[in-house]
Design a protein around this ligand. Structure first.
Ligand code: GEK
Length: 253
């Protein structure tokens, strides 16, 4: 993989200060231009384990991607998972399809992909992942995206992913989770907030962002995820990663 020297599409390291000033009213969080500008900083400082989790994607891809197949990155944002998967692929005739419904994300993601040379073709598409078709897939990743999909559409979406996978193919699902047990819920929420504070977010930023995500990010329990994945038909479903209240599942067809 090689980067050229053009600035176009270069990762911006803009600091996320979106919620640093008091707001009169907090509106629902959207993935618009202002978020895209600071996204890399935002996700790294907000999701415990994000970098470690991504660093395992080449290993997972190497284990499951087969020649003449497709990989999908659903809710790709700026393509961090796509690039990590790409690193793990040494098979012939593999294409990665990276999908996001935010035009601002897709535009920047496309620019970033141009700067990476690889034998593995990447196609970035602007679409709602609930509306796309998947086929001949050996590896599908949904890294912190299902949590933004309306709950009533989640079963159908996971079944569609199962149908689009080849036998032996894998689906990696990463999510923020909630707990039915209030002691666990409170403990892990506190630890998550301390993680954000340790990364430089103020109490005001944490609380305003939390309000913005109310009714936008709808977390489910580990049990709900495991049950949905099994009901969709996956024969092997494993929690392979957890950091506080952020979990990643590996489901194999
Ligand atoms: C990463 N995976 O860096 N269809 C397509 N995209 C959607 C939809 C939808 N219906 N709903 C939300 N998105 C990335 C991080 S971020 C997670 C993923 C986060 C997109 C949305 O536009 C955003 O880019 C992404 O899902 C979620 O590994 O910000 O917490």
């Amino acid at each position: 993989m090689k980067k050229n020297n053009e600035n176009n599409g270069k990762h911006s390291n803009d600091l996320d200060t979106l919620y640093s000033q008091p707001r009169e009213a907090i509106t629902g969080f959207v993935f618009d231009d202002s978020v895209v500008k600071v996204f890399e900083d935002m996700i790294g400082r907000s999701v415990p384990g994000y970098t470690t989790l991504l660093s395992m994607f080449p290993v997972l891809a190497r284990s499951f991607v087969t020649q003449n197949s497709r990989c999908y990155d659903l809710g790709c944002s700026l393509g961090a998972a796509t690039l990590a998967i790409q690193q793990g692929i040494d098979n012939d005739n593999v294409e990665i399809i990276a999908v996001d419904n935010s035009s601002a994300m897709v535009e920047k993601c496309e620019a970033l992909m141009i700067n990476h040379e690889s034998n593995v073709k990447v196609s970035v598409q602007q679409a709602d992942i609930c509306e796309i078709e998947l086929s001949s897939a050996s590896f599908v990743v949904m890294n912190f995206t299902l949590q933004f999909i309306p709950e009533k559409l989640r079963n159908i979406l996971i079944k569609k992913i199962y149908s689009g996978l080849n036998k032996g193919g894998a689906f990696v699902l990463s999510e923020k989770i909630k707990f039915n047990n209030t002691v666990e819920q409170d403990r892990l929420t506190t630890l998550h907030h301390l993680f954000k504070k340790a990364n430089g977010y103020s109490d005001l930023e944490i609380s305003q962002k939390r309000s913005a995500l109310d009714n936008v990010l709808m977390a489910e329990t580990v049990e709900q995820h495991l049950s949905r994945l099994r009901q969709a038909g996956f024969s092997e479903v494993i929690v392979w990663f957890q950091c506080f209240n952020f979990v990643s599942f590996l489901a194999i067809k």
